[in-house]
Write a new protein. Structure first.
Length: 323
């Protein structure tokens, strides 16, 4: 089934990440038949215009097949930039879509992934970042209150192979990728749920930090409401051999596959991209000055620290953390 890809682009770091995303899509998935939409936020909720104004970057992205998609932030804006991925969905053509964060590389044939767009899912490459359970509560009480608020059944979402009240027992995604058949229906529900959690927070969440986790709090509820759930083995290529959500270039060099590094350096070596990416300090230092290879030598990919925070700390100690 043909589908579109959407990512959010803004001036600064996201524009350079989008350049790598678009170039890797063209290089690794030449059979992809959909459109790559780069959604640009705007409107009065931004004190400064967030749009990409660099004409050379815009021309390069369009040359790689990207279509810019302007949209207005009506609910979140600069107060919660993660909300861009929610509000952007409403501007898309109402056709099957895959959302990708811009800090993603396509490393394999994305067109060959057998998506079932009627059953949405999202990335399981996450840590137990939310909730932080106080002594008087439980994961079950917090998540249960959310499902009850929106008239949803929590029981089908539980992974009963995990211990009682362990965070992995409950449906929790990384919002780096997700998909569905209708961006309009999915986006409207995502927006309603996220806004309700923000503006009419259930009392069981009174002690919880909602930011920056709000999109990841709402996403499981949206997915479950459309009959979706955890990704099956047919989607293993996402966060696997087909896509790599690397988060930052230092983390890419530290922990991602040899294939991800190969794709990164291959597309970044293209003359036109190299000229543009040299203006982005992390790319200039880590790719073109080979300092990323120094990071790579610091870590054993078969025996990485369990927590991302520990990887970041080691890179910072070496003076190589560039964002």
């Amino acid at each position: 089934m043909a589908f579109n890809i959407v990512a959010v682009v803004q001036a600064g770091r996201l524009s350079y990440e989008a350049l790598l995303l678009a170039a890797s899509l063209r290089a690794s998935a030449p059979g992809f038949q959909g459109k790559l939409f780069l959604a640009e936020p705007g409107g009065p909720l931004w004190p400064q215009d967030p749009r990409l104004t660099n004409p050379a970057l815009r021309a390069a992205l369009e040359g790689l097949g990207a279509t810019f998609l302007p949209f207005q932030n009506c609910v979140f804006g600069a107060s919660y930039p993660h909300g861009n991925k929610i509000e952007a969905l409403l501007a898309l053509p109402d056709e099957p879509f895959l959302f990708l964060d811009t800090d993603t590389l396509v490393t394999g044939d994305l067109a060959a992934v057998p998506f079932d767009f009627a059953r949405p899912s999202a990335s399981m490459r996450r840590e137990g970042t939310w909730p932080t359970v106080p002594l008087y509560s439980t994961h079950e009480a917090i998540w249960g209150a959310l499902y009850a608020r929106f008239g949803l059944d929590i029981a089908p979402t539980l992974d009963l192979s995990e211990p009682a009240d362990h965070w992995r027992r409950f449906l929790y995604f990384n919002a780096g990728w997700f998909f569905h058949a209708s961006p309009k229906a999915f986006g409207e529900r995502f927006l309603t749920i996220a806004r309700t959690i923000r503006d009419d927070t259930p009392p069981e969440l009174a002690a919880q930090e909602l930011f920056p986790w709000l999109d990841q709090i709402a996403l499981p509820l949206v997915v479950q409401s459309f009959g979706g759930g955890r990704p099956g083995p047919e989607l293993a290529g996402l966060d696997g051999d087909v896509t790599c959500h690397y988060r930052s270039l230092p983390l890419l060099y530290a922990r991602e596959s040899d294939r991800a590094v190969e794709v990164l350096e291959e597309v970044a070596s293209q003359k036109e991209l190299r000229r543009l990416l040299r203006d982005h300090e992390p790319a200039r230092e880590l790719i073109y000055k080979n300092r990323g290879r120094k990071i790579r030598e610091m870590f054993d990919r078969a025996d990485l620290p369990r927590r991302e925070q520990a990887i970041r700390a080691r890179i910072r100690e070496a003076g190589l953390w560039l964002r």
